[in-house]
Ligand binder design. Sequence first.
Ligand code: AMP
Ligand code: ZN
Length: 117
Amino acid sequence: MTDCIFCKIARGDIPSKKIYEDDDLFAFHDINPVAPVHFMIIPKRHMASLYEAGDHPEILGKLFAKAGEIARSQGLADGFRTIVNTGRIGRQEVYHLHVHILGGPEPLGSMVPRNKA
Ligand code: AMP
Ligand code: ZN
């Protein structure tokens, strides 16, 4: 997709701090990290969200199969968190499917803060 920011990053049209690339996948550091290590793995093929990913199980399978290896390459040898925000309720901001990988030297905070209500 021509006007999709993550398609542009995957093509190298706009710069990113690249971690990993192969024929199907691209991984790069988040521009606004929320953990000591925070990067994203994306499929190079445009799919807007997990809702649109059903036609490409092989690419999603490869993405998750590679996640541990890529995380280890970034020093995350003692665990990490994966997040896939989807749609309005998931507060997805960029509509090109991406898997966040978060980690660091210490355990992360709770997965989702509990509402006080
Ligand atoms: P989400 O809310 O799951 O859609 O997350 C989108 C993420 O993309 C956010 O964490 C942003 O900080 C990140 N982001 C947006 N633009 C860029 C960019 N040009 N390079 C790297 N990360 C980006
Ligand atoms: Zn895209």
